[in-house]
Design a protein around this ligand. Structure first.
Ligand code: ATP
Ligand code: MG
Length: 338
């Protein structure tokens, strides 16, 4: 494969959104979603156009997410979607592009193979895989060879990656199967079970983004609901932010224990660096209100969030593409499988 000549493109195909890097910039950033007519087995809309039509199409239209928990869940839909995303991002198509893709740390070899096959079927000449936390860190480090240890947590929609990185290497880490979408489901549940307010996914996500896991005293907010005493009518109900936040916090338990377990496996030589630098957060869900303070209080570590956290993986991938030579060694190991 003529890796040297082929254009390089970056890919972050996540559970909720797909981002493509081409020509030194983010060239595509849309939801990883398809609206499908199951009878005719045909995709009607994809990306933003599909998201805008959620709940607004004929009942038999299926809203399909080809990626779940960071891995391919529907192969054919992934190939179709990737073709569209790559075509939208690429202006000139002379040579097949070589992709550099951010992926969860614990992607199984079967899942990795599926992504490589899907990329080729969608028109890529080859693909290199990079753990998302490594890419996020490379995007912000002055010197990627930095020998000091960093603790990086990338919290997306379907998975959270926790890792300790030093000298360009992933020292220890794990992929925890929770993400922002699980927190949205908890918001939906607490509103229904504790307050009798039924809401759709988008409204529940808005509650999550507003209340999050912050510290509250007696702050309240109001919602309209079907009045249980007057069938067909509505009334307003007052909701305690504290109660909602404490319910959502339970969903973060696997994250707290995943970080603690990762630190237990970390070589003690790296502890001092981690204490000094603190924990680095990336991913869209790092914007959850209160998350930083909860982590800080639980781990007794300083926590910083990368700027534009939902783009930090692709920005790191972009940097890898521009300075590919510097990362050569890392990818040499993968050349055989590319
Ligand atoms: N302000 C916010 N507060 C809380 N959560 C937010 C906020 N903005 C975005 N999110 C959440 O971030 C998640 C999307 O993050 P991101 O784009 O990093 O995911 P992804 O890369 O598609 O998924 P994954 O990496 O898990 O496969 C969604 O669950 C979304 O609800
Ligand atoms: Mg992600």
């Amino acid at each position: 494969m003529a890796v040297g000549l082929a254009p390089r493109m970056g890919l972050d195909m996540g559970t909720s959104k797909t981002v493509v890097w081409a020509g030194k910039r983010v060239a595509y950033n849309e939801p990883t979603l398809l609206a499908v007519n199951p009878q005719r087995n045909r995709a009607l809309y994809w990306g933003k156009a599909a998201a805008e039509r959620t709940g607004k199409m004929k009942q038999d239209t299926e809203m399909l997410r080809p990626v779940r928990r960071g891995a391919i869940a529907d192969y054919a839909a992934t190939v179709f979607y990737l073709k569209k995303a790559l075509a939208a991002a690429q202006r000139f198509r002379v040579l097949k592009p070589v992709l550099v893709a951010g992926v969860p740390i614990q992607l199984s070899s079967v899942e990795a193979r599926a992504l490589c096959d899907a990329a080729r079927e969608a028109g890529a000449g080859g693909i290199f895989l990079v753990p998302s936390t490594l890419a996020a860190l490379w995007g912000c480090l002055e010197d990627p060879e930095d020998p000091t240890g960093s603790l990086v947590v990338d919290m997306g929609a379907g998975v959270t990656d926790v890792s300790v990185i030093a000298s360009n290497q992933l020292i220890v880490g794990r992929t925890i199967p929770i993400g922002g979408d699980d927190i949205t489901l908890l918001a939906e549940r607490v509103m229904e079970v504790s307050y009798g307010v039924r809401m759709g996914r988008i409204e529940a996500a808005a509650v999550k983004m507003d209340v999050g896991v912050g510290y509250y005293q007696d702050e309240m907010f109001e919602k309209r609901r079907n009045d249980p005493d007057h069938k067909g009518g509505f009334n307003n109900v007052r909701i305690s932010k504290r109660q909602v936040a404490e319910f959502l916090l339970q969903g973060l338990e696997p994250l707290f224990s995943g970080i603690i377990n990762t630190l237990e496996e970390t070589p003690p030589e790296l502890f001092e660096d981690i204490f000094r630098k603190g924990l680095i957060l990336s991913g869209g869900s790092s914007l959850l209100p209160g998350l930083r303070r909860r982590l800080q209080d639980r781990l007794n570590l300083n926590v910083t969030r990368l700027p534009e956290p939902s783009l930090s993986v692709i920005q790191g991938v972009g940097r890898i593409i521009t300075r590919f030579g510097q990362f050569r060694e890392y990818f040499d190991e993968q050349m055989a499988m590319a």
